[in-house]
Structures are given as structure tokens and as C-alpha cells.
Design a protein around this ligand. Structure first.
Ligand code: ADP
Length: 252
């Protein structure tokens, strides 16, 4: 087996005296989908945000591709900021609600990152954005504004926008929990397509059935540590740990 694309070792994070992550360890291979399950408040979102360095861990190491940052030994000042910026650029985040720019068209929303942040040529960014909009089933909406789209369509634009930055890993933080139930399926189906196209994804979700059908690895997080990890048939279908069983009984 090749080296894992995502390598997380001993990550800790406290907010004041709330020790949310207490030594999180896991890896994920390139091209796989990982679902993070766990009770509310167990640190699922914090671990995703740490991967994207929206939260800075207190200690531990995160590696994605050939970038590795040891947060316990992060240099102060400019060198530290450069290291975290390199790590952040390795992943793209899709939030619970899409945060699209309301005054920009769908296409303009998708090219914003590549053009403004990555300084890529406009024509190239537009061509790639059109391919991505096709992939999420919104090619014909390119010139519309977010308010003209349904919540599910807006979320799919959010996905195209994250992909436009060509991240090594796409992180989804409860991507369907702000949607009306009838719109959940279309967003999950787009995520499923991405996983089949070879994107590496990590998803915090309560959609257990989706996790069972689509993902390669489940991490069950509780009390700030990974209590159990493995393929869904094991962690969801035949959990070893009592805490995992209790959690699944409550939500299934
Ligand atoms: P989950 O996604 O599993 O529900 P979170 O990672 O969102 O859990 O949160 C874990 C804990 O960390 C919660 O107690 C939450 O209140 C706390 N927390 C998360 N982010 C912050 C923050 N920026 N400041 C203070 N506390 C936070």
C-alpha cells in the first residue's frame, strides 16, 4: 500500500479548558472517502477545521500529500504562517451552508478562488469552472445568481467552488444538514459521483445510510479521540466498541 495521503497524529485542541481533541490519530488513502461519525460536541467539525487550518491544533502533526506541519513545533511569525498556508491549500472545505457571494453569478462564484487567490488566467478558470458546473449538474445555471437557485443547487455550486481550487482532499462539514429533506439526495448524489471520480473526500454527516453505501472508511469519534475506525461494514455493521454501539442504537 502507498503512503496515506492524509496523516493525522496526536492532534489536540482545547478551547479554554474545554479539551475538544485529545489525541486524534487516523490516516486516509488517496481516492478514498472517509466519514466522521460521533455524538454532537465530540469534535467532528473541529477535526475537519484543523485539517483546513481554520483551527490551529495545540499539538500533533497533520500531513496532506507532501506537506506536513507539526503544530507542537510551529515556528512563530512568518515561517509558521507560511507552513499553515501551504497545508491549508491542500484541502478545500464545503460548509453546512454555502456562503456564496449573492451579487455574483454562479460562474463568477466558482472562478473567484482560482482567479483571486491562485492568480490563474481568467479564460482557463472559466473553462474549468464550466466543466465543474457540468459535473455537479448545473451547467445551464452558470449565469444565474444564487437567489435564483434552490438550496440544493446552491450547495452544489459550493461544491464546484471548493473543487475549483484543485485541493488534494475535499472536506464536507455536514453538507446536507441545512437542506430541506427533499433536497438532500441530489447533494449526496453529487458527493457520491466525486468519490467515484477519484477525489479524496472526508465528510462529517449524520447520513448513516450514505456512509454505509459510499464511504471506504468510518471514523467514530467520541470524547476527543477516534474510538474506532475501519470499513463501514465493520464500524457501522459490526462495531467492536460499546460506545459505538450505543451511538448507533440512538441514531438508527
Ligand atoms: P461536533 O462537530 O462533533 O458536534 P465540534 O467540533 O463542533 O463538535 O465542537 C466540539 C466542542 O468544541 C463543543 O463543545 C464546542 O462548543 C466547542 N467549540 C468548537 N469550536 C469552538 C470555538 N471556536 N470556540 C470555543 N469552543 C468551540
Amino acid at each position: 500500500m502507498t503512503d496515506p495521503l492524509v496523516r493525522v497524529r496526536g492532534i489536540t485542541k482545547a478551547f479554554g479548558d474545554n479539551h475538544v481533541l485529545r489525541g486524534v490519530d487516523f490516516t486516509a488513502q488517496a481516492g478514498t472517502t472517509t466519514t466522521i461519525l460521533g455524538p454532537s460536541g465530540s469534535g467532528k467539525t473541529t477535526i475537519l477545521r484543523a485539517l483546513n487550518v481554520l483551527e490551529t491544533p495545540d499539538s500533533g502533526t497533520i500531513g496532506i500529500g507532501d506537506v506536513e506541519v507539526d503544530f507542537g513545533a510551529l515556528p512563530r511569525g512568518k515561517a509558521g504562517r507560511a507552513a499553515t498556508a501551504r497545508l491549508r491549500a491542500q484541502s478545500g472545505m464545503v460548509f453546512q451552508s454555502h456562503n456564496l457571494f449573492p451579487h455574483k453569478t454562479v460562474l463568477e462564484n466558482v472562478i473567484e478562488g482560482p482567479v483571486q487567490v491562485q492568480k490563474r488566467p481568467l479564460e482557463e478558470a472559466i473553462a474549468e469552472a464550466r466543466v465543474l458546473l457540468e459535473q455537479v449538474g448545473l451547467a445551464e445555471k452558470a449565469d444565474q445568481h444564487p437567489f435564483q437557485l434552490s438550496g440544493g443547487q446552491q450547495q452544489r455550486v459550493g461544491i464546484a467552488r471548493a473543487l475549483a481550487l484543485k485541493p488534494k482532499v475535499v472536506l464536507f462539514d455536514e453538507p446536507t444538514s441545512a437542506l430541506d429533506p427533499e433536497l438532500v439526495g441530489e447533494v449526496l448524489s453529487v458527493i457520491k459521483d466525486l468519490t467515484q471520480q477519484g477525489w479524496t473526500t472526508m465528510i462529517v454527516t449524520h447520513e448513516i445510510r450514505f456512509a454505509q453505501q459510499v464511504c471506504d472508511q468510518v471514523l467514530f469519534l467520541d470524547g476527543g479521540v477516534v474510538v474506532e475506525s475501519g470499513p463501514p461494514a465493520q464500524v457501522i455493521g459490526d462495531p467492536r466498541e460499546e460506545r459505538t454501539r450505543q451511538f448507533l442504537r440512538r441514531i438508527l
